[in-house]
Design a protein around this ligand. Sequence first.
Ligand code: NAD
Length: 310
Amino acid sequence: MWEHEQLVVRTGRRSGMTTMVAIHSSEAGPAVGGCRMKAYPTINDAVTDVLRLSKAMTLKCAAAGIAHGGAKSVIVVDRPLTPELRRAVLLDHADLINSFGGQYQAGPDVGTGPDDMVVLRELTPHAYCLPEEHGGTGSSSGPTARGVLAALGAAAEKVFGSADLTGKKVVISGFGSVGELVARGLPGADVLVSDVDGSRRTDEFGWVAPEEAYTTSADVLVPAAVGGVLSPEVVRALDVRLVVGPANNQLTDDSVAGLLAERGIVWVPDHVASAGGVVYTLAREDEGLDHESALERVDAIAGTVRRLLA
Ligand SMILES: NC(=O)c1ccc[n+]([C@@H]2O[C@H](COP(=O)([O-])OP(=O)(O)OC[C@H]3O[C@@H](n4cnc5c(N)ncnc54)[C@H](O)[C@@H]3O)[C@@H](O)[C@H]2O)c1
């Protein structure tokens, strides 16, 4: 059954490139979600991604108690991006965002950042996370990592009897902006990191080859790269007690949650664990809260995880 409110796919008049917006739900309020800029094998793959990601945003806002619905947008990269072409496709995308009259509000996601939001803002007011010098709150990676750490601590209380992960072995798959901050937020833990980009390797943390990240024996696994990583086959091979991380849509389908439970592995749903960024950004940019008060909202993810696991 079609459960989304809208999907609009458009060819940009400046760039000739395809961009799209999916609004899953605006029942709870204007729909929010990041703008992903990425190459896809086919347009259908991009459509599938934007539909799944927009639904995850509805769940994320609902679980975090935010009065917003869920949406997502995608810019399909189909050729090498020069700075001029990047700007052209962002302006095309801004036109598309504007056509929703505020029912879709965009932020950065994989492939885009605060500077891209500045370009969107030239044509639409509906863009969050501009750099601080432009009046925004910048990258949401910090608050997202903080929310993951809050979720991790609460889940560790349940699984290991203590939120303190000192001495516990933690594998982080995806040593990007969030993964790195999560790694740094676990002093005392035996942290191993993994990334398809070998240049991310550092002496600061142990290293696991990306193809071994999901089979390495550990206490905790943190998916912090891409979605669709927990398939039935992968779950059968997991050798951890707890999975919690920021990557959106970690399960290949909902039934995998049952397999995790059968194996006695506690999994914190990604739409709960990864909400720190959107919680913080909306608290600051919509409600005008100061930094510390917005971080308190992020830390409240721990309470949500405790209730969920109870
Ligand atoms: N940044 C945020 O505020 C935020 C908020 C919510 C959810 N998320 C999700 O969290 C995840 C990480 O976000 P980020 O901002 O750190 O992204 P990022 O692009 O900075 O980092 C992702 C890292 O994963 C690596 N990677 C890609 N494919 C991989 C694979 N198959 N195995 C191992 N490593 C791989 C990349 O090389 C990169 O270093 C993404 O799924 C994102 O959608 C991020």
